[in-house]
Design a protein around this ligand. Structure first.
Ligand code: GUN
Ligand code: FE
Length: 417
């Protein structure tokens, strides 16, 4: 049985509104789980990172692995033309195994070096290479939900599926992941415009049959929302399409990226069904989508997490995503709605750890029974001549540090970097 204690300045968010800080303390770990935090080591075996910060691994609840080669490209476009000009042609290349292997290898390394220990990932429509991605992630020891993407309408002829093959390939993909330890399949309709009602219903059936989670995009840009309205006059709103065609499973079983323009009615349903929002500030800014009203969403009791949305988003490091989310919330407060206070750093850190971690179970915190998924932060390169508290050091790491400050990565109590 694996038992050890890790020494350092331990900092995490049990609740949104404040940091829990235990300087010069021990994180006690048994069988990959947190047992306690103490001033003296509970176990004989001690791994000392004295002077360093110890924080939970980051959770990224929305990103596209096959868009890794496109990071930083095409942001003069808005969502729909960006998908046509940049995204679909690039994703179509993942039919080729060699291309996929090289690109996904880069993707997996970048997730790991940025300290993203848990993530919710879109693959492509290709079953075989999405499975390859899952194998590479499992091999690294990272945790993820990975989905084979489904698209059977409004897509270019070089990147589209027939309904039957889409469903069959998805079921085969689900079965192939049954033996994986840290990687789980997730149902992944690209978004409403890419999937017919028949396909959506069949994917919903698969989610029920195998008790699977669902990920998709919701209410990202205004032209996308208008398009969904035209496609589905029978539905009350965008979310209602997912509800009607069985793709809105409740109890934290569904994650929807963006949610920038939700109506009050949609917000009610998000709350009642406990659908997780993945807020993607980099993407929403790059693609001119808008500023999601995150303060309002959380005050209404909706669960919100953070996503990079690579490559609509151009940043994988969750620290920088926290910082942009805070900046946008301040601009929203000043320019749009003074009743909606800016997001605080502890709230955003919570979203980037425990808020997204909820989708995985006991992940993203250092409370008893949580997974021992943590990062060791060596912030020497960004310190100044004053002595700083651990909270200040964490803030500076998030706002000005980068992956070079992430010196070790642990998942389930095992060091993977
Ligand atoms: N909506 C449908 N597909 C995509 C995608 O790949 N990225 C983003 N940001 N939005 C989408
Ligand atoms: Fe996306």
């Amino acid at each position: 049985m694996q038992k050890f204690s890790v020494k350092g300045n331990i900092i995490f968010t049990k609740d949104m509104d404040k940091f829990e800080i235990h300087d010069d303390s021990y994180l006690n770990i048994e069988n990959g789980k947190i047992i306690s935090i103490s001033k003296e080591n509970l176990f004989k075996e001690v791994v000392s990172y004295e002077g360093n910060l110890i924080i939970p691994g980051f959770t990224d609840t929305h990103l596209h692995a096959p868009q890794i080669n496109n990071i930083g490209l095409g942001y003069d476009e808005e969502l729909l033309s960006w998908l046509e000009k940049y995204t679909f042609p690039e994703e179509a290349k993942y039919k080729n195994k060699d291309f996929a292997k090289k690109s996904y290898s880069n993707f997996v390394n970048r997730l790991l070096e940025n300290g993203t220990t848990s993530s919710v990932i879109f693959g492509t429509i290709h079953k075989d290479t999405t499975l390859l991605l899952a194998e590479m992630m499992e091999e690294k020891g990272l945790k993820a939900y990975i989905g084979k993407v489904n698209m059977n309408r409004n897509s270019p002829d070089f990147y589209i599926e027939e309904t039957e093959e889409s469903v069959e390939d998805t079921e085969e993909f689900i079965k192939a992941l049954a033996s994986f330890e840290n990687i789980k399949p997730i149902i992944t309709p690209r978004f409403v415009p890419s999937c017919t009602e028949v396909l959506m219903n069949k994917l919903g059936d698969l989610a029920e049959k195998y008790d699977l989670k669902i990920q998709s995009h919701l209410s990202e840009s205004r032209s996308e929302i208008d398009w969904v309205k035209d496609l589905h006059p029978e539905c009350k709103n965008y979310l209602d399409v997912y509800v009607k065609y069985s793709l809105a499973r409740n109890n934290l079983n569904t994650v929807m990226a963006h949610c920038v323009w939700l109506t009050d009615e949609e917000k009610e349903v998000m709350k009642d069904k406990e659908i997780l929002v993945s807020h993607c500030p980099y993407s929403n800014a790059n693609l001119t989508s808008g500023i999601a009203p995150v303060r309002e969403l959380i005050s209404k009791g909706i669960n919100v997490s953070l996503g990079s949305d690579v490559s609509g988003g151009s940043e994988m490091f969750m620290g920088r995503i926290i910082s942009l989310a805070q900046m946008l919330s301040k601009m929203h407060y000043v320019h749009i709605d003074e009743t909606q206070k800016p997001l605080t750093i502890s709230e955003l850190f919570y979203m980037a750890t425990k808020g997204g971690g909820k989708f995985f179970g006991n992940v993203g915190s250092f409370e008893e029974g949580y997974s021992a998924d943590f990062l060791v932060i060596n912030d020497k390169s960004i310190q100044d001549i004053n002595s700083r508290t651990s909270k200040e050091r964490l803030e500076r790491f998030l706002f000005t540090g980068d992956k070079s400050n992430i010196s070790k990565v642990y998942v389930n109590g095992r060091r993977i970097r």
